[in-house]
Design a protein around this ligand. Structure first.
Ligand code: GLU
Length: 286
């Protein structure tokens, strides 16, 4: 068994991160497996070296150790580019110039019916989707979207599913099927390369979980819906599908999930206040 913790260095780790990290660590240790770390720093505008340094400090203080090397996504752009090149050559991508506001307006147009929300927000109404797959070299300085209908048609008839060993937000567990209708109208043409990043969360996470040989992806239930995208990308890129273990989210006293802004619940704060790692584990029920 190989698990991972994949934080973004865009703020202090809080109790929700501690839960995710400890769970992945303990699962691997209990099975005699390995626990790996990956720094998800593709958002260069928000990632900071000081937050990355604090991640190592907090995890070590919590008593967690990980198998070297640490993977850093900012060093992985050639791998993402190779995957984009392959999808582009197969006619499954197209450039998109829409801004968020354009998408909101197009999705609200009366002929579109009720706007559909997917794992990435509004389902793209298809404004920039070309009738024929674009040719020529991959445009490096544009946002690239996956043509979901073409992508689905290219993967063949084998049923698509993944195994959930934890639970989704509505208790989904066991074998989870992914259906064409859900992919086309519930997910749609998602962005695989942002103009400012040359990649996206979905593309990077799938390529890197495979590159690190992760067998069990453990993460918050808020990412359950995105798993259909990840399984589809694995099929398109010829990568194995790991087991998925989505876990509950740690919430504040108002029932809101913790975010980076919740500095009061930052691990560093508890550390400075003199709490012990055992007390952190008790607070989050691990
Ligand atoms: N980097 C993501 C986060 O900070 C986690 C991604 C994942 O576990 O798939 O929430």
């Amino acid at each position: 068994m190989r698990t991972r913790f994949a934080p973004s260095p865009t703020g202090p780790l809080h109790l929700g991160h501690a839960y995710a990290a400890i769970l992945a660590h303990d699962m691997a240790r209990a099975a005699g497996g390995e626990f790996l770390l990956r720094i998800e720093d593709i958002d260069r505008a928000r990632a900071r070296p000081e937050w990355e340094a604090l991640i190592y400090e907090d995890l070590a203080w919590l008593g967690l150790s990980w198998e070297p090397p640490v993977m850093r996504q900012s060093a992985r752009l050639p791998a993402y580019r190779a995957a984009l090149d392959s999808l582009w050559a197969r006619g499954l991508l197209y450039p998109c110039a829409c801004r968020r506001r354009d998408i909101e307006e197009a999705a609200r147009a009366p002929q579109e019916g009720a706007p559909q929300h997917g794992p990435d927000g509004l389902v793209y109404p298809g404004t920039c989707r070309p009738a024929a797959a674009p040719s020529g070299p991959l445009p490096a300085d544009r946002a690239l979207r996956l043509d979901m209908a073409r992508a689905w048609a290219s993967i063949g008839p084998a049923p698509m599913h993944f195994i959930e060993t934890g639970a989704g937000p509505a208790g989904e567990t066991g074998q989870i099927a992914i259906r064409r209708e859900q992919a086309l109208s519930g997910i749609g043409d998602i962005v695989l390369a942002r103009r400012d990043m040359g990649t996206s969360y979905h593309l990077s996470v799938v390529i890197d979980d495979a590159a690190q040989g992760i067998t069990h992806v453990t993460r918050g239930a808020d990412l359950f819906e995105a798993t259909a995208i990840h399984v589809l990308l694995q099929r398109l890129l010829g990568l194995p599908t790991p087991l998925y273990h989505h876990h509950r989210l740690i919430r504040d006293e108002h029932g809101r999930r913790l975010a980076k802004r919740d500095d009061a619940r930052a691990i560093r704060k508890y550390r400075e206040d003199g709490l012990s790692p055992a007390e952190i584990r008790a607070m989050i029920g691990l």
